[in-house]
Design a protein around this ligand. Structure first.
Ligand code: HAM
Length: 421
């Protein structure tokens, strides 16, 4: 036997049961987004590498350690997208769509070369939500409202905490960063190896270190809030007013910084304690400077993304989706009876598009076919045997009660209308 070629580490096969729940999750999410006037957009999975370097930031973990980057046959460096925002901004500029306000969402595979573990994959699926052209803090509030409504619709809202923070604007952050570096340099012996490395590359990320020693050391460190000007403070205060007005609970976490460089002002994360180390299920914020940084005209923008896998893991723990069993399982013996069954069920399929009608479609004894109908947990078996063909009927057996009746197509249609619709 030939050697079996296995899938790539960190990339999962999503089997029918899980794939079905993902489909429902997507439909529920899209329904909430549509109710806010957001529209779908689909973008390439591959982008030119400099796009992510410039947007996400050279020194971030994502760009420096986690990208799937390769040269194509034309020797051009391309990258499998590690996140969606950079591509959406690229498309907005390239397609000239920034004259108007945009409210968009996009779903698809993202790729990060991380250490695979529960809730962390090398290929995962994000639903990303992005807005362009709206500077008001109401937009930040709306993005959190959308998250709140999606998670409420999914029945997991009560198991999530909304954490918010403000990163102010670049100048404020740079002054703060200078003082933070000076302070941390004086307390280098309290830092772990990761934070010492970050001191050189990405000092703000030290703020969300999980190391207890580092956390302690940060207690006396300069605080970004003290460096924020009037405008930044007002933006954050107004955003909180929006959340208060909607009755959406949140916690201010002054140590919340994001792993991507493009944010300013409001940032937020939806977290849970139910998923162990990968507790952030959704995250985002404002990124007013990014369009300009990628060559477009300055445009306010904000958004968020959630990982479908983490949301589904949480949902699985709290209120799992139930699988839909077939409504009708179709049994037929001979070739002729199968053709008759197909003609019959074609009418049913058209009349009842929401029913799941599964045809056995194999030549086996009816007893065996009934067994399959039971295994499939179908509500009804619809039998097409010699007798039924001769009388132009079908035998409908309710597998939950065991009762059965021979019905003409018309009688069956009436029965189904009354009984299960
Ligand atoms: P992010 O925080 O890098 O933000 O990712 C957002 C979400 O994607 C995370 O909260 C998590 O649920 C999921 N995620 C990230 N990495 C993995 C992984 N390796 N395995 C499974 N799930 C993962 C962004 O990507 C930003 N583009 C969000 C955004 C949109 N900001 C503004 N607009």
């Amino acid at each position: 036997m030939k050697e079996h070629i296995q899938s790539v580490r960190g990339m999962r096969d999503i089997l029918p049961e899980e794939a079905s729940t993902r489909e429902i999750l997507f439909v529920q999410t899209a329904a909430v987004l549509k109710s806010f006037g957001y529209q779908p957009i689909e973008l390439p999975i591959l982008e030119r590498t400099p796009l992510f370097k410039r947007a996400v930031g050279e020194e971030t973990d994502i760009v420096s350690k986690e990208m799937y980057t390769f040269l194509d046959r034309n020797e051009e460096s391309l990258t499998l997208r590690p996140e969606a925002t950079a591509g959406v901004v690229r498309a907005m500029i390239e397609q000239g769509l920034l004259q108007n306000v945009q409210r968009l969402y996009t779903a698809g595979a993202m790729f990060r070369y991380e250490k695979p573990q529960q809730g962390r994959y090398r290929q995962f699926t994000q639903i990303s939500v992005e807005t362009f052209g709206l500077p008001a803090p109401a937009v930040d509030g709306e993005l959190m409202q959308i998250g709140h409504n999606i998670f409420t619709a999914l029945g997991i809202r009560d198991h999530l905490t909304l954490e918010i923070n403000t990163l102010g604007v670049m100048d404020e952050r740079l002054t703060f960063q200078k003082d933070l570096i000076a302070y941390l340099n004086q307390h280098k012996d309290a830092l772990d190896a990761d934070s010492i490395r970050r001191l050189e590359t990405n000092p703000l990320r030290i703020l969300d270190s999980k190391d207890e020693g580092v956390k302690n050391c940060l207690k006396n460190a300069p605080v970004l809030w003290d460096y924020l000007g009037e405008e930044s403070r007002a933006h954050f205060a107004h955003m909180q007013e929006m959340l208060d007005a909607m009755g959406i609970a949140y916690q201010v976490n002054p140590y919340l910084v994001r792993g991507l460089d493009y944010y300013c002002h409001a940032v937020f994360e939806w977290t849970t304690t139910a998923l162990g180390a990968q507790g952030t299920v959704c995250a985002g914020g404002r990124y007013d400077g990014l369009v300009e940084k990628l060559g477009g005209k300055a445009t306010p923008a904000a958004g968020f993304a959630f990982g479908m896998e983490r949301i589904l893991q949480l949902k699985e723990q709290i209120a799992p989706y139930t699988q839909k069993n077939p409504d009708i399982y179709v049994l037929a013996g001979s070739l002729k009876e199968q053709a008759y069954a197909m003609r019959f069920t074609q009418v049913l399929r058209t009349a009842f598009p929401s029913l799941t009608i599964v045809a056995h479609n194999d030549f086996q004894a009816l007893k065996r076919q009934f067994k399959k109908a039971d295994q499939a947990k179908a509500h009804f078996a619809l039998v097409f045997g010699e007798q039924e063909l001769a009388t132009q009927t079908a035998m409908l057996k309710d597998l939950t009660t065991g009762t059965q009746q021979a019905l003409s197509l018309e009688a069956l249609t009436d029965y189904l209308k009354k009984e299960i619709l």
